[in-house]
Design a protein. Structure first.
Ligand SMILES: [Fe+2]
Ligand SMILES: [Fe+2]
Length: 184
């Protein structure tokens, strides 16, 4: 599998690039096509932010008080983003209200990703190679739950079922799957 040869730092960086692209696609979409463009973004955010919270942040937290303060700030941003996303899900994607809220949300999520790239990824990169490899495989397993091209997944597959529904329920199911994978 190609994902196994990518480091966790590379995977996070690539997912951030995909998130930025999905935001750009969504903002460029016609109002009546926003619903379709919104779905892969919500799915990737559910998997990405949950994998960071379950796999990356607990490990970075062990690097000392300064690292812990950085993680706390990033978690605070993720909590705010979850609330903003729940509000967006309640809106008509074709509305001007949605477009305005989306612009704010995009700015906040991109700033959050940039802060992680500046402050979290350099800390991760200091960790020993063996540990990085273990959490990298775990992160790759989580990533497999968020294919950005839905047509690649058979609709009847368990993974296909895992990644539908409102953001909050996706986060719950992704968290359960990540915890199960960690126990194995
Ligand atoms: Fe994050
Ligand atoms: Fe991130």
């Amino acid at each position: 599998m190609t994902t196994e040869s990518r480091s966790i730092v590379e995977m996070i960086t690539e997912q951030h690039a995909t998130i930025r692209q999905l935001f750009a696609d969504l903002e460029a979409a016609a109002p009546d096509e926003r619903g379709e463009a919104f779905e892969p973004l919500v799915r990737l955010l559910a998997v990405h932010e949950t994998a960071e919270e379950e796999i990356v942040y607990p490990i970075v937290n062990q690097l000392g008080d300064d690292a812990k303060a950085i993680v706390d700030a990033r978690k605070h941003e993720e909590d705010a983003a979850k609330k903003a996303l729940a509000d967006l899900e309640d809106m008509d994607t074709a509305s001007a209200e949605f477009a305005a809220a989306l612009a704010l949300f995009r700015g906040d999520v991109q700033a959050h990703a940039s802060s992680e790239e500046a402050e979290i990824l350099p800390l991760l990169a200091t960790m020993d190679a063996e540990r990085l490899e273990i959490i990298g495989k775990w992160f790759a397993a989580a990533e497999a739950m968020a294919p950005t091209h839905a047509h690649r997944m058979a609709p009847e597959s368990a993974i296909g079922n895992l990644i539908v529904g409102p953001f909050v329920s996706m986060v719950d199911r992704v968290r359960d799957a990540i915890r199960d994978a960690g126990r194995r």
